[in-house]
Design a protein around this ligand. Structure first.
Ligand SMILES: [Zn+2]
Ligand SMILES: [Zn+2]
Ligand SMILES: [Zn+2]
Ligand SMILES: [Zn+2]
Length: 247
């Protein structure tokens, strides 16, 4: 529902429609300007400076002042001190050193010895020890300040969140282990209880069985000592009959 309205051309400042692709007066194809990569403000395309990568492909456009800011403020005083691994000469490398070699023995430093990466904002080299990691990207400290003024606070909050998550996870695992211990103890208790009941039942059945069979045998054979022995044998048999299916 965006109705076109009249606005000013970024280049010639004459009136154009907000839906125009090209200014009818000055013919620019960016009548609303472009965004400066560094400061994120509007930028006239005719005033934009295009930054190219080493292959000559365009990286971004920015105000001249913004690029100067990067050069002077961000990169200006970056230096890193190394000792040559071959001859132990102390060497200073600045951000502009593209092929660092030892002035004494000519040893060539591998780039990853001092190279942390490319700044997400200005795309220039970030030296090791000068890099700011924010949201998995590398920045110069000043570039991070410019792109994300609250990066330090946000990064701290992120770290706290990570630690909290870890703490919660640990607590959950401990609670689970505790629960498992409790359950195994309960199972052991239940087992002892079941066994006691079974034993009690067995003894009861034995007593009743031997009593009844003793009476039956006594009624059949009289209370002779032979009858008592047979009664005992029958009682044992009855006991075994009750006990065996339980095992
Ligand atoms: Zn125009
Ligand atoms: Zn700018
Ligand atoms: Zn050397
Ligand atoms: Zn930067």
């Amino acid at each position: 529902m965006n109705q076109p309205y009249l606005t000013n051309c970024a280049e010639c400042e004459r009136k154009i429609s907000s839906s125009a692709y090209q200014c009818p007066h000055c013919q620019t194809t960016s009548p609303f300007g472009i965004t400066c990569h560094i400061c994120k403000n509007k930028l006239r395309k005719s005033r934009a400076i295009e930054v190219l990568d080493s292959q000559g492909e365009p990286l971004y456009s920015a105000h001249e002042g913004c690029l100067n800011w990067v050069k002077e403020e961000v990169l200006g005083n970056q230096k890193i001190f190394y000792q040559c691994p071959v001859c132990q000469t102390n060497i200073t490398i600045s951000h502009s050193t593209s092929t660092p070699t030892c002035p004494k023995c000519g040893h060539y430093f591998m780039t990853n010895e001092y190279y942390a990466g490319r700044c997400k904002l200005c795309r220039n080299t970030v030296l090791k020890g000068f890099e700011i990691k924010y949201d998995y990207e590398i920045y110069h400290k000043l570039c991070a300040n410019k792109a994300y003024p609250n990066w330090e606070i946000e990064e701290k909050q992120r770290q706290q969140k990570r630690q909290e998550k870890e703490r919660n996870k640990r607590q959950l695992e401990e609670a689970k282990a505790e629960e498992a211990r409790k359950i195994s103890l309960e199972e052991l208790g239940q087992g002892i209880f079941n066994f006691s009941i079974a034993l009690l039942l067995g003894v009861t059945i034995l007593l009743i069985g031997s009593g009844i069979s003793g009476l039956v045998v006594a009624a059949m054979f009289g209370f002779s000592s032979l009858g008592k022995i047979i009664g005992l044998i029958v009682a044992i048999l009855v006991f075994l009959t009750y006990l065996l299916p339980k095992k």
